[in-house]
Design a protein around this ligand. Structure first.
Ligand code: NDP
Length: 338
C-alpha cells in the first residue's frame, strides 16, 4: 500500500520534503465487528485547508492536525472494496475523507458519500461536484445574499472555488471581476470563464487603485479567498450594505502570525456584513446542490477547469503548488483510474 506520509509539523512555506512516499500495509478485509469500509483511492483533492492541518495546534476549525508519521488525509474519490457499513457496499463509488494512499481502511466513515451519478468524470467529485463546488454554491447563494445585477469581486478567481462562483454570479446579471496571479489565468477568466473583467494582483502595485478601476461604483459582494492585503483594499471599496463571504485566506496559511487588517472601520461606515462559513455545514444540502449543478454540466452551461497530475509521488509538488499559484483550476492527484 503506497502511502504519502506527513513527516512533521510545518512552519513557514511547505516543502516537498515535509511529505514522503513509502510502502505500508493495509488489512484487505474490514473486521466483522466494525462499521468500517475498505477503499481503493482513485482521485485525491489538493485543498488549501490541508496546510492548516500541518500546523501543530489543537482542533483547528473543527479538524485535528495531521499526525507526524501517518498518511495525509483529505477529500478524494474512491471505490469500496469491502464494507461492514450498512450505507456502503462493495463496488460503490464514494467521495469524502480518505487517506493519501492506495488503499484506506476507514473505521468510522463520517464524511463519506455515495456517488449516484457516474455519467460525468469521477474526478469532478473532488471539485465542482464535491466539497469545493458546494463551497462556491453555499458561499455565493446563501452567505452573499446576491441580488440581480450586483457588483461581485472574487479573489483566487481561477481556482477550484473561484471559477465556479463567477459562473454562478453571471446568470444573475451580476458584473463579475476576478483577481488571479498570472496573465494566463487572467486571460482564462475573461475569455473562457465569462468574467467581465480580471486583473493580475501580482502586477498591481496598488490594489486599491486596481479595484477602483474595475469598480468605479464599488463592490456589493466580495467572495474572499485570499485575505491579507487584498481584504484590506477591498474594505475601502465596498458599497453600503455590501457582503463579504469569507471562504478562505490562503495568503495567511503559511504565516506564523496573521497579517494585520487595517481598514476594518469600513465595516461600520459602509454597513458591511462580513461572514465566515464552512463547507461541512452544507453537506446535508449536497443532493439539492447536485440537482442544480449536474444539469449545468450535462448541458455545457458551466465550464470547469482541472489541473491533473498522475501518481501519488506527484502529490507533494501538486499540493505545494497551491501556494505558488502553480495550479490552473482544481488541483487533482490521480492514484488510480478505476
Ligand atoms: P485554488 O484552486 O484557488 O488554489 C489556490 C490558489 O490560491 C492558487 O492557485 C493561487 O492562485 C492562490 N494563492 C496562493 N497563495 C496566494 C497568496 N499568498 N495570495 C493570493 N493568492 C494566493 O484553491 P481553492 O479554490 O480550493 O480554495 C480557495 C480558497 O477557498 C482557499 O482560501 C481555501 O482555503 C478556501 N476554501 C474554504 C472552504 C470553506 O469551507 N470555507 C472550502 C474550500 C476552500 P493565484 O495564481 O491566483 O495566486
Amino acid at each position: 500500500n503506497k502511502q504519502l506520509i506527513f513527516r512533521d509539523y510545518v512552519t513557514g512555506f511547505p516543502q516537498e520534503s515535509d511529505m514522503y512516499v513509502t510502502t505500508g500495509t493495509v488489512k484487505l478485509k474490514v473486521s466483522e465487528d466494525s462499521n468500517g469500509v475498505l477503499l481503493k483511492n482513485l482521485y485525491l483533492s489538493c485543498d488549501p485547508y490541508m496546510r492548516i492541518l500541518m500546523k501543530k495546534q489543537e482542533g483547528v476549525g473543527g479538524f485535528s492536525s495531521y499526525t507526524p508519521g501517518s498518511p495525509l488525509t483529505g477529500f478524494g474519490v474512491s471505490k469500496v472494496l469491502d464494507s461492514r457499513n450498512p450505507e456502503f457496499k462493495e463496488g460503490d463509488l464514494v467521495w469524502g475523507i480518505t487517506g493519501w494512499e492506495e488503499y484506506s481502511l476507514i473505521t468510522n466513515p463520517q464524511v463519506l458519500f455515495k456517488i449516484l451519478h457516474t455519467d460525468v468524470p469521477l474526478s469532478y467529485y473532488t471539485g465542482i461536484l464535491g466539497m469545493p463546488g458546494l463551497t462556491a454554491y453555499a458561499g455565493f447563494y446563501e452567505v452573499s445574499s446576491p441580488k440581480k445585477g450586483e457588483n461581485v469581486f472574487i479573489s483566487a478567481a481561477s481556482g477550484a472555488v473561484g471559477q465556479l462562483v463567477g459562473q454562478f454570479a453571471k446568470p444573475m446579471g451580476c458584473y463579475v471581476v476576478g483577481s488571479a496571479g498570472s496573465k494566463d489565468k487572467v486571460d482564462l477568466l475573461k475569455n473562457k470563464l465569462g468574467f467581465d473583467e480580471a486583473f493580475n494582483y501580482k502586477e498591481e502595485h496598488d490594489l486599491d487603485a486596481a479595484l477602483k478601476r474595475c469598480f468605479p461604483e464599488g463592490i456589493d459582494i466580495y467572495f474572499e479567498n485570499v485575505g491579507g492585503k487584498m481584504l484590506d483594499a477591498v474594505l475601502l471599496n465596498m458599497r453600503p450594505h455590501g457582503r463579504i463571504a469569507v471562504c478562505g485566506m490562503i495568503s495567511q496559511y503559511n504565516l506564523d502570525q496573521p497579517e494585520g487588517v487595517h481598514n476594518l472601520m469600513s465595516i461600520i461606515y459602509k454597513r458591511v456584513r462580513l461572514e465566515g462559513f464552512g463547507a461541512p455545514d452544507y453537506f446535508p444540502q449536497h443532493p439539492k446542490f447536485l440537482d442544480i449543478v449536474l444539469p449545468y454540466i450535462r448541458e455545457g452551461k458551466i465550464k470547469y477547469i482541472e489541473d491533473i497530475v498522475e501518481g501519488l509521488e506527484k502529490g507533494p509538488g501538486a499540493f505545494i503548488g497551491l501556494f505558488k499559484g502553480q495550479n490552473v483550476g482544481k488541483q487533482v492527484v490521480v492514484v488510480a483510474r478505476e
